[in-house]
Design a protein. Structure first.
Length: 318
């Protein structure tokens, strides 16, 4: 598998002069997290490689990667593609197209994550997908691109992109910045614009098999000082490891019908004090599941509306 890390952004919101991928956590730059995660996938796989698309501060990133190589921290071949000017996500992919394989995992360069790439790729291959977008609820949904999915098949029905949005998002499932792509080069070559949203919309227009991959694993962008601070606190508390797929972490199960109720005028509401309790569990890396015995198709839209409400209320009750 080839991993493409898009790390050429200016990082204007992070209020730092250096590239975001060199932001330090403890005594290590964010870059180390990428190598650690890709190394986990590369174990016993001889065909793993990575491309770093670089722009602002490229020489600093390359120097740090060379340091990582000298320490034996890089277990796969690495190539650099240097943007001569800011190209945006889509432009950076086009700039790299001659080096891209037919099947890639694309990642934004400002993520801190603990993620099972092996399972992600297995699911994509099993579904014969041409695009899989990693999706999850987050704490800044109004500032996020989101995916609207069919909850029975996980097929993506449409994208609700923040730069085109005039109202509240139509989904609570934000794009997390990690994508699996296959058979994508024709769309990439024929899509105009610089932002990733143009490519995503084109993929739907081409009627590609686009799926959402919903996960509770830890993936968070560190693009602002506030989000970076949140990640630092979660590292200190050990939350990140507890949210791993490979971790035997504690969980709480709630009766869905007792969690979200209807009042006299048929409006949905969240049971008293549950929002605070669920958010406290989330912050400690304790997973919370709502279960129901309602299985018939007539309950599908009802359950989805309740699920959406739970996430919306949790995001609002900070």
């Amino acid at each position: 598998m080839q991993f493409v890390i898009l790390a050429g952004g200016l990082g204007t919101r992070s209020k730092e002069c250096k590239p975001k991928i060199l932001t330090t956590f403890g005594d290590k730059p964010l870059l180390y997290n990428y190598f650690e995660q890709i190394n986990n996938y590369a174990l016993n796989r001889s065909h793993t490689s990575a491309i770093f698309s670089l722009g602002h501060g490229a020489s600093e990133v390359i120097n740090q990667i060379e340091v990582c190589k000298s320490k034996g921290l890089v277990k796969f071949p690495v190539r650099f593609v240097h943007e001569s000017k800011p190209l945006g996500v889509l432009g950076a992919l086009r700039e790299s197209i001659e080096y891209l394989e037919d099947e890639v995992v694309v990642m934004m360069g400002d993520l801190y994550f603990d993620f099972d790439f092996e399972h992600f790729v297995q699911v994509a291959k099993a579904r014969k997908a041409e695009l899989v977008a990693l999706i999850h609820p987050n704490g800044h949904i109004e500032d996020s691109d989101v995916a609207v999915i069919d909850h029975s098949s996980y097929l993506i029905q449409r994208f609700d992109l923040k730069h085109l949005r005039t109202k509240s998002p139509k989904s609570y499932l934000a794009l997390a910045g990690i994508f699996y792509l296959s058979n994508y080069k024709e769309i990439l070559a024929n899509t105009f614009g610089e932002n990733l949203g143009s490519f995503l919309e084109s993929s739907l227009a081409y009627k590609k098999k686009n799926f959402g991959y919903l996960t509770a694993e830890f993936i968070k962008d560190i693009g602002t000082p506030t989000r970076r601070s949140e990640v630092e606190k979660e590292i200190e508390k050990g939350v990140i490891g507890r949210r791993s797929r490979k971790s035997n972490s504690p969980a709480i199960f709630l009766d869905f019908d007792d969690t979200v109720r209807r009042d006299d005028d048929n409006s949905l509401y969240l049971a008293q004090d549950l929002a605070a309790a669920i958010k406290s569990c989330n912050k400690e890396g304790i997973r919370v599941f709502c279960v129901t015995n309602q299985r018939s198709e007539e309950h599908t839209s009802e359950l989805q509306s309740r699920q959406y409400l739970v996430c919306r209320l949790l995001l609002e009750k900070k």
